[in-house]
Design a protein around this ligand. Structure first.
Ligand SMILES: [Zn+2]
Length: 350
């Protein structure tokens, strides 16, 4: 073999090597997209959820009654968290509060003596379709202190949903910092005045920060840290309400993400239109559903400490809180990253 032939031989060998590297890396990219959400979901941990909740549902926050000093401490906690994580506000730099005026709330309720309050908002801007929004929501308020001075800590209601959002937001932020940010935007919406009559979420839908027409789904979390009497034996469950009411696609995606990543028992008992509890109408997602935005309401059912001073962080099942928060993360991830926005193929009846 002469020198020239040898040179060509080495050139071909080099080329084959480069081609194989390109092929291999392409292949590993397509494999990685399947795993990439799992990596960020794993940053949502029972430990961090617990750390947040022991503060958020502590006596210091005085039951987070709408407009009262304890609720103001709660919103500061949320704001400081977002600043510490470098997660932006969609309003203005370092302005994470959407003011919900007392005058607005007091016209809607009978005992109209509420003080000014606020929703807390933070967001991750989408990399490809920033104008399309997925809202992950939970109410930041609870029922305060009773006449005997007992504090209603509201660890499950809705400290659990609140801290789940913090962890979900942190996971999306990590993804964004590693160039895996969501294609669509995600708004983390902590609403006030839920316990007074879904006031903060109503205010948001009437004064949306992003147009309602561009809001493609609302995943609302209200009580996901406890186990109800029907699931004592098999605590890996969650009730889903509303997922199939406005968008068949949303329901399918939710089921698929669960099967692929979590394998939680999805219980649809309270999704029945004839269920006497009417939970579908009783938390903040309903203000979005009213506007024909597809919703999923995540809920653990009621328990003996519901709306009692004994709804405390010690009674939370952090392992299941972690599972449920991860499920919501995976569902939000898919909604934010899939090629086409989901379609609402049905309309709200009421
Ligand atoms: Zn609640």
């Amino acid at each position: 073999m002469n020198h020239k032939v040898l040179q060509i031989f080495y050139q071909i060998k080099k080329l084959t090597y480069i081609v194989s590297i390109i092929l291999f890396s392409n292949c590993s990219i397509s494999q990685n997209t399947k795993e990439v959400s799992t990596k960020y979901a794993s940053t949502i941990t029972a430990k961090e959820l617990s750390d947040h909740l022991y503060i958020y549902a502590s006596d210091e926050f005085e039951g987070r009654d709408t407009g009262e000093p304890g609720q103001k401490k709660a919103v500061d906690y949320l704001k400081n968290f977002y600043i510490s994580q470098g997660i932006e506000s969609p309003i203005n730099e370092n302005d994470y509060f959407q003011k919900v005026p007392a005058s607005y709330m007091n016209t809607l309720i009978r005992s109209g003596a509420l003080k000014d309050s606020e929703n807390v908002v933070a967001y991750i801007k989408g990399s490809e379709k920033p104008e399309e929004i997925i809202i992950v929501s939970a109410h930041l308020d609870h029922v305060g202190v009773n006449e005997e001075g007992e504090i209603f800590n509201g660890a499950d209601d809705d400290g659990s949903g609140t801290v789940a959002i913090l962890e979900i937001a942190e996971a999306f932020k990590k993804a964004q910092m590693e160039s895996n940010g969501p294609k669509r935007s995600i708004l983390f919406l902590h609403v006030t005045g839920e316990e007074k009559g879904l006031l903060g979420s109503r205010y948001y839908t009437e004064n949306p920060i992003f147009p309602i027409a561009n809001t493609i789904a609302n995943l609302n979390i209200d009580m996901i840290g406890r186990i109800d009497e029907y699931h004592k034996e098999n605590p890996k469950y969650i009730y889903l309400i509303g997922s199939d009411k406005l968008s068949t696609e949303l329901h399918t995606i939710s089921e698929e993400m669960n099967k692929k990543h979590m394998n939680i028992e999805l219980d649809y008992k309270y999704n029945d239109d004839n269920d006497p509890n009417r939970f579908y109408y009783r938390s903040d997602h309903y203000n979005f559903a009213k506007n024909n935005i597809p919703v999923i309401f995540y809920f653990n059912g009621t328990h003996e400490d519901y709306h009692r001073p004994t709804d405390v962080p010690e009674k939370i099942n952090y392992e299941q809180l972690e599972n449920r928060a991860r499920l919501i993360f995976h569902t939000a991830w898919e909604l934010a990253n899939r090629k086409d926005r989901i379609i609402a193929d049905k309309v709200e009846k009421n």
